[in-house]
Ligand binder design. Structure first.
Ligand code: S3P
Length: 178
């Protein structure tokens, strides 16, 4: 980490279904930080759901909303930020988050991700005939980007509470070293 780095916030990146929102909410409670979810910020900004944005405006428009809400977070303090699964795939988003937040990557296997997301319908990218293949393809394509997070945590076979303890430990240690 460069000396210019300041850690005012905590950001979670990683694939859909790795627990960014569940872990982020809990971490914010413990830290007494404000929890924000970039998907929720986008929905508020656009005045419609993520599915509606994808259907009516397309993925490129969604990614622009995503860049805008992420950039707008840089001036804030005391946030736990859960990002959408594709956010960190754009190096500009990751670079922006790293200017003010410790960025932690959450990981799970494609099989676990599928188990966690299969009963949900709000993710347009998984509304395909073979969502499991889509998960594998996207995860493989994005893995190099997720690996650019500051630290990595495997969430496999662990409760959100246990993952949160790990996240908090890493956050406190990183802040101490600054
Ligand atoms: C996306 C993940 C979603 C949401 C959108 C696109 C992606 O967020 O941003 O559906 O590209 O992986 P979650 O990771 O919170 O499901």
């Amino acid at each position: 980490m460069s000396d210019a780095r300041t850690i005012h916030n905590l950001a979670l990146v990683g694939f859909m279904g790795t627990g960014k929102s569940a872990v982020g909410r809990l971490a914010a409670q413990y830290l007494q930080f404000t929890f924000v979810d970039t998907d929720e910020l986008i929905e508020k900004e656009a005045g419609k759901s993520i599915s509606e944005i994808f259907a009516q405006e397309g993925e490129a428009a969604f990614r622009q909303y995503e860049r805008d809400v992420i950039n707008a977070l840089s001036a804030q303090r005391g946030l736990v930020i859960a990002t959408g699964g594709g956010a960190a795939a754009d190096p500009a988003n990751l670079a922006s988050l790293k200017t003010h937040a410790l960025v932690i990557g959450l990981w799970a296997s494609p099989e676990t991700i599928w188990k966690r997301v299969r009963s949900q319908t709000h993710r347009p990218l998984l509304q395909t005939p073979d969502p499991q293949a889509r998960i594998r393809e996207l995860l493989e394509a994005r893995a190099p980007a997720y690996r650019q997070a500051d630290l990595q945590i495997l969430t496999e076979y662990r409760s959100p509470k246990d993952v949160v303890q790990h996240v908090l430990h890493l956050f406190h240690e990183a802040r101490k070293l600054k």
